[in-house]
Design a protein around this ligand. Structure first.
Ligand code: SF4
Length: 1428
């Protein structure tokens, strides 16, 4: 066989043989021969095996031989392309590359131009003979000879081992002088390489005594066609056709070629055995063309390029067809001999890297920079073939690299031992050994070493090895990246080899199956837990991460994996089904998976065990409560727990307490039920309610039932199963409606069960008698085509119940927000029918109906905001607080929330929502020191979700703080000399102040005033200190607390104060309950304020009793009077605000109800003096002044753009880390931070000498990037999903995506730099002040928004509803022509909000009370169906 024959000669002729290993399970075809020869003791060569995927070039360089080195391999694009890099360095070495080829010379031909000699053997005899020739040639010339040979077992004869040895012994290596010195008699004075070949050829032929030619021909002489063949095509006899087989491809024997072409030949066909050639022409074709060009013949034959795939199957007919085709085709067209399917002249496709996956690649790049080596990067495919992405390939590469580095270290040791080297070189070598793993110092010293060696021309021995290995001076972070497909067969995927290799390599396995598709994707195949598999290997670092769940944990895991000495496996979750899956989907799926325990976050670091530490860290907090379910599902962690029994004990025992407590409660409830059910007919009241309205109605109904002697209770619909429901006798349902007719969240499961029952045609509720009351808003979706959404859930439920056999006792009742008395109008008519149907309508009520519990009751009963918060914090059976306490914690700056992305999922699992808390800091004017910033940053990491947000009230808020972290978080905030008291609740909230970077003096005065207002309006209760800071009560009892300003009822609703410094209305002063417009004298000193009152944003969709309102100016006051005025305005509101209806309780409604004049008179009466007349002022904008500014005090201030205020690290923009570094640099009094009410951030008070440091840090983290469009710079969004309980649609997560699209429209119309104020909120509460924006979107249902237009550019005019419900395509369809119209028809300097009013898209809103008038556009832009 040709391979064995070549292997024998290679081994005997060489003192070093390097053999490349194919991918497992295959073994090298040369290996058997090598072992055989070694066993026989025929020759003692050093055999070096190169792992599959490793770079053979560097191995050849490291193992250079002074005599002859041979390299053997089968043709593989990955290997050969890697060889290219080193061949120029090896060109002058005695080296023979024997490359076995099946039937495609594409890869091997790529090397032709780099090697001086290239031989091709098409059968076993040639292979044997050329192997001898190649060795002889390389030995005599000291140059590389490439010998490509066909893998074949054609018959041949061989010379003996001894003959080979003798033929190639040094003594016999004189060049032979033949005929004129050359085998064929031609003179080659002009080509020494050819001469050298001829010489070696002659020696070989003399030995073998059989012909061996650079080219051989057969076929008919005198014909018109000559076919030159490179490859294996059987000898065919065809009239008029001569064949020339090429064996010497480099140097190409020009004269021999020309003389082989008979003068009668008019057409030459060059047939090359190439299947996957990637460029148009082949090098042999071009060389042949050149040879023909230089021929002296007048009539030069035409040259055609042809490919052949399977040459052995070519027949005479194929050849004739080819000849015919050539005759009728232009020579520029490539032809195919034989089956064209055999030839795929295309490039190897480069695998597509899905865009989501780049998130992890970016992280790796970010962490390891130049050190990063992705050993199976898809980018290698184009150069190294499809196998380049396989783990075997990668592990081979890594192994080769590691060996090369070890070799470098050894060479450095050898050189250090050399007494002849200079002291400078000695010192550098020693230094490198000391810091070789330092990513910065190692490569730098390496460069210096190489430069020194090269300058000294010390190029022998160890020095030469060092230079050859110079690319290994830097320590690499080596990563192999794989897909979850590897998890289906860990053993066979190559992953096993990587894990078991003990090499210092990191493996990142991406799992992309979305949680919700986990049962449908690859349902027939079972995934293995790669993490557990790896952990069972012992010394392997394992981490399970999810970039969209915990960014910092991913960073931690990647760094730990890199540092771990040995294999590391990082399992990374990235759920998506298609490449264009929106990021939001990925985010939600990640949350579901992490929260449900499907994808736990953990890190397993065996090196910690050696240090006596716990090797296992569970990073997903929320999972602990759900462990039991988690174990049942046999997911990742359940198996993990089995391997760590103490973990199971710890977690399951805490779960046990929870279960015991839950069982105890359930038993108590059952007992109470038993007692009440003894002598009265039962009535079950079930509700489905998102916002609490339907729940209130249901609970009131149950209460009234009890008063009539019925055994009633009210519960969410989903608290009961269909089977349990079937056992009830009388059931009344009260349901509201969510989004576009969907069922409220806590009724969906039962509703689905009803639907399923209907689908199966079952009638399980035959014994149940029922009635339904639905609550909705007939104008929520005002378009006629949307009318069916009105009360849809109530109507659907009413129908389903009947379909499953239940008997209706009272017809469906409908409550409509639009009725005079709201839903009560319909309810009042429906409720009596229920009592009548149950026969208790005539029951005389002896007890007064208890008043429903409202916020006012909760406040007054709270003992000055204490409630049972303290007890609730200690209750470990739930992650939530009592509902009444959640109203009170708002006064302490704390909102209970739950992760709405996973609400459904948790409900399906039967567990409580994923409760956590939002904490808002009180920080008047949004000013904080760098030290405070650092603490805030730390608190977010230690207690929250690792991010924090700058809010529209110029402060920070943290999300995701779980109950057991609440107290320590507040205490840490307190340690930062900040608090959260009154950041929310029915009190004055954080006082906001214009950020004004330029007017330093005025800012200082306005800020000082804001702090005084904030302090003055602060609640005086000691509950905050008692609950959160463990401070004892001053007088020993809560009742001794007094609230001189608020009283025990506090205010009817929230209260907001803003201080603004014209001309920038960046705080939207008119959107606040109370506003102070600073009036300054010529020297910039504050002299007083124009006072505004009655601004407010909150609205309820469709409820025309609610509206946004701008503050009205009451008049001017001096600075000294202002605090007093603030207090009196608060008092008037406290005493006159509507406490019966929270929707109508803000100061704006109080003022409109009282009348502005009467309100002002009342304030003045309490003041004892009147307001002075309003002073002139001018506003010109309400957006931030981005970039650098110098204040009047000479200090420098920079306003950064922080999109929607979120401080977090993201791939490509590590703002959180950057700001932390900036705060560290400034912490010794070198600057401050200042939030803006537009959710951006100022770095302030920078001295000129500190500017370079600040600027470089801003630049390093791209915080100085202000290249965004003016639209983006002017946009803002509230938080909304997933944390805000009121959100009806996305906001913070969606607005940036919408801006991407709208800014394209702006750019197309030349408006990239024209600011349009665009805001979005997830509900009509209006936290991002949408009602003064030029364009606003207010969430109505997922993906649906009310669209508003026409707000004033500097917050001076309210906008108005333009479209009641729009989706993204509609938004873009509306804005595209409108923005174009604006670009072409606006007046000079006219803002968008003014334009849409002027040209009539929308009418101007003169005051809050007319906000609902003329909604829906004007004239041609009027939308049909929108209700005024
Ligand atoms: S506007 Fe609504 S959705 Fe947005 S944060 Fe405020 S309450 Fe939540």
């Amino acid at each position: 066989m040709s391979v064995a024959s070549v292997a024998r000669i290679a081994f005997i002729s060489s003192d070093v043989v390097v053999d490349s290993q194919p991918s497992l399970p295959a073994t090298s075809p040369f290996a058997e021969t090598y072992q055989d020869i070694s066993r026989r003791g025929v020759h003692d060569a050093t055999l070096v095996n190169v792992p599959f995927g490793a770079d053979p070039g560097s191995t050849l360089l490291r193992n250079r031989s002074s005599r002859l080195q041979s390299y053997t391999t089968t043709s593989s694009p990955s290997l050969l392309n890697r060889l290219i890099l080193h061949l120029s360095e090896l060109a002058s070495s005695p080296l023979v590359l024997h490359i076995a080829v099946e039937d495609d010379l594409s890869d091997v031909l790529v090397l032709r131009s780099i090697v001086p000699f290239f031989l091709y053997s098409r059968n076993a005899q040639e292979a044997h003979d050329h192997a001898l020739l190649a060795s002889r040639l390389s030995l005599t010339e000291g140059k590389v000879v490439l010998h490509a040979f066909k893998i074949t077992d054609s018959p041949h004869s061989e010379v003996s081992d001894d003959v080979v040895r003798t033929f190639l012994s040094v003594e016999k290596l004189s060049k032979v002088d033949g005929l004129n010195g050359h085998a064929n008699g031609h003179s080659h004075e002009e080509d020494p390489l050819l001469a050298a070949y001829e010489s070696a050829l002659l020696s070989t032929v003399s030995l073998l005594r059989r012909p061996l030619h650079p080219l051989s021909h057969h076929g008919s002489a005198g014909g018109h066609i000559a076919i030159f063949v490179l490859g294996s095509v059987p000898p065919l006899d065809i009239d008029g056709v001569s064949f020339v087989h090429l064996s010497l491809l480099s140097p190409l024997p020009a004269k021999a070629i020309l003389s082989s072409i008979s003068p009668s030949v008019t057409r030459i066909l060059l047939v090359e055995q190439l299947r996957q050639w990637q460029i148009k022409w082949t090098p042999v074709y071009l060389d042949l063309l050149s040879i023909l060009q230089h021929s002296s013949e007048v009539q030069r034959p035409t040259l055609h390029s042809c490919f052949v795939g399977n040459g052995d199957s070519v027949t005479a007919v194929d050849v004739l067809k080819l000849v015919q085709e050539a005759a009728s085709t232009s020579p520029s067209k490539r032809l195919t001999l034989g089956h064209s399917d055999d030839v795929l002249a295309i490039s190897a496709p480069r695998p597509h890297v899905p865009k989501h996956e780049s998130a992890y690649i970016k992280l790796l790049n970010q962490l390891f920079g130049d050190r990063l080596e992705i050993s199976n990067s898809p980018s290698l495919v184009s150069s190294e073939g499809a196998l380049a992405t396989s783990p075997e390939f990668a592990i081979g590469r890594v192994r080769g690299d590691i060996e090369a580095r070890l070799e470098l270290v050894a060479a450095i040791g050898d050189l250090l031992a050399d007494l002849n080297i200079t002291s400078e070189l000695h010192s550098l070598l020693s230094q490198w050994l000391a810091v070789k793993d330092d990513p910065a110092k190692g490569p730098k010293l390496g460069d210096e070493i190489v430069t020194l060696i090269q300058s000294d021309h010390v190029f022998k021995g160890a020095a030469a090895r060092i230079v050859a290995l110079r690319s290994y001076f830097a320590t690499q972070s080596r990563w192999i990246i794989g897909s979850d497909a590897w998890s289906y067969d860990v053993g066979a995927s190559g992953l096993h080899h990587a894990i078991a290799s003990c090499l210092n390599v990191n493996i990142l396995v991406l799992d992309t199956i979305p949680y919700s598709s986990r049962n449908t994707v690859d349902a027939t195949r079972r995934k293995q837990d790669v993490g557990l598999y790896a952990m069972n290997h012992g010394d392997v670092y394992v981490a399970s991460v999810a970039v969209y769940s915990s960014y910092s944990q991913v960073l931690q895991a990647l760094v730990e994996a890199d540092r771990f000495e040995g294999p590391s496996v990082v399992l990374a979750y990235l759920p998506y089904l298609t490449d264009d899956a929106p990021a939001l989907e990925v985010l939600k799926e990640t949350k579901l998976a992490v929260d449900a325990g499907y994808w736990p976050l953990y890190r397993w670091n065996p090196s910690k065990e050696r240090e006596g530490k716990d090797p296992f860290v569970l990073d997903s907090d929320m999972i602990k409560n759900e462990l039991q379910r988690f174990l049942d599902r046999q997911n990742h962690l359940s198996q993990l727990v089995r391997s760590q029994p103490q973990l199971a004990t710890e977690l399951v025992s805490s779960l046990g307490d929870t279960l015991k407590e839950a069982r105890r409660r359930r038993a108590q409830e059952a007992y109470a039920e038993l007692l009440t059910a003894i002598d009265a007919p039962p009535l079950k009241v079930l509700f489905a309610s998102d916002a609490g309205g339907a729940e209130k109605v249901a609970r009131r109904l149950a209460l009234r039932g009890k008063l009539r002697g019925l055994s009633t209770d009210a519960a969410p619909m989903d608290s009961i199963t269909l089977d349990e429901l079937a056992k009830e006798q009388f059931v009344v349902f009260v349901t509201s409606v969510a989004g576009q007719g969907e069922f409220p969240q806590n009724g969906r499961t039962l509703y689905k069960a009803l639907n399923a029952s209907v689908a199966r045609g079952e009638k399980p509720l035959a014994q149940v008698q029922f009635s339904v009351f639905g609550m909705g808003d007939s104008h929520y979706w005002p378009r006629p085509e949307d009318a069916h959404y009105y009360n849809k859930s109530g109507k659907d439920l009413n129908a389903r119940l009947e379909q499953v056999g239940a008997q209706r006792i009272v017809d469906l009742g409908l409550g409509n927000d639009q009725d005079a008395d709201g839903p009560e109008t319909g309810y009042k008519a429906w409720e009596p029918l229920i009592w009548k149907a149950l026969g208790v309508d005539a029951v005389e009520l002896t007890e007064a109906e208890p008043e429903p519990i409202t916020n006012e009751h909760i406040k007054v009963a709270s003992q000055y905001l204490r409630g049972t918060i303290k007890e609730g914090l200690e209750d470990s059976s739930t992650a939530a607080l009592a509902p009444s306490d959640t109203q009170l914690t708002k006064f302490h700056g704390i909102y209970q929330q739950d992760d709405r992305d996973i609400r459904d999922e948790r409900q399906a699992q039967g567990v409580e929502p994923a409760y956590s808390f939002m904490i808002r800091v009180r920080m008047p004017g949004g000013v904080c020191t760098p030290k405070q910033w650092l603490l805030i940053n730390q608190i977010a990491d230690e207690h929250g979700n690792g991010t924090f947000k700058i809010t529209t009230r110029q402060t920070f808020q943290f999300h995701g703080v779980i109950k057991r972290h609440l107290k320590s978080a507040i205490q840490d905030i307190n340690r930062a000399l900040l608090d959260t008291l009154a950041a929310c609740g029915d009190v004055n909230r954080n006082v906001i102040v214009s950020a004004i970077p330029t007017l330093s003096k005025t800012h200082a005065q306005a800020y000082a005033f804001a702090k005084r207002v904030s302090e003055h309006l602060l609640p005086r209760t000691s509950a905050y200190h008692e609950i959160w800071l463990d401070k004892k009560l001053v007088a020993g009892d809560a009742v001794h607390d007094v609230e001189p300003l608020y009283g025990e009822f506090y205010l009817p609703r929230k209260f907001k104060v803003a201080v603004v410094v014209p001309p920038n209305n960046d705080v939207d002063v008119f959107a606040n309950d109370l506003g102070f417009i600073a009036i300054v004298d010529e020297s910039g000193d504050l002299v007083g304020f124009n006072v505004t009152a009655g601004g407010g944003m909150g609205v309820t969709h469709g409820n025309k009793k609610t509206y946004p309102r701008l503050g009205s100016i009451l008049g001017f006051c001096s600075v000294d009077q202002a605090i007093d005025i603030a207090e009196k305005v608060v008092l008037v509101q406290r005493d006159n605000g509507n406490r019966a209806d929270r929707k109508n309780a803000r100061l704006k409604y109080t003022i409109d109800r009282m009348g502005l004049d009467e309100f002002k008179t009342e304030v003045e009466r309490r003041l004892g003096y009147t307001f002075q007349p309003e002073r002139p002022y001018t506003f010109d904008r309400n957006i931030d002044d981005f970039g650098w500014h110098i204040g009047t005090d000479g200090k420098h201030h920079f306003t950064c753009f922080i999109e929607n205020g979120r401080i977090q690290d993201e791939p490509g923009s590590n703002f959180k880390t950057g700001l932390k570094e900036l705060a560290t640099a400034l912490k010794d009094g070198k600057g401050n931070f200042r939030m803006t009410a537009n959710q951006h951030l100022l770095v302030t008070d920078i001295d000129t000498e500190d500017l370079p440091v600040v600027k470089s840090l801003l630049a390093k983290y791209k915080l100085d990037n202000l290249s965004q469009s003016a639209l983006r710079l002017s946009s803002s969004a509230c938080v909304a999903f997933p944390t805000c309980g009121l959100a009806m649609a996305e906001s913070e997560r969606y607005l940036p995506i919408l801006v991407d699209k709208v800014e394209k429209i702006c750019e197309k119309n030349g408006l990239r730099n024209d600011s349009i104020v665009m805001r979005m909120t997830g509900c009509p509460n209006g936290c991002a002040r949408p009602y003064v924006a030029e364009i606003a979107f207010v969430g109505k249902a997922p993906g649906a928004y009310a669209m508003l237009l026409g707000g004033g550019y500097y917050g001076q005019r309210l906008n108005k509803i333009y479209r009641d419900s729009v989706t993204e395509p509609e938004i873009l369809a509306i804005l595209e022509p409108m923005i174009k119209h604006y670009a072409t028809a606006r007046f000079e300097g006219e803002h968008f909000g003014d334009f849409v009013v002027r040209v009539g898209y929308i009418s101007a809103t003169a005051e809050g009370k007319d906000w609902w008038d003329r909604v829906g556009g004007e004239g041609e832009w009027k939308e049909d169906g929108i209700t005024a």
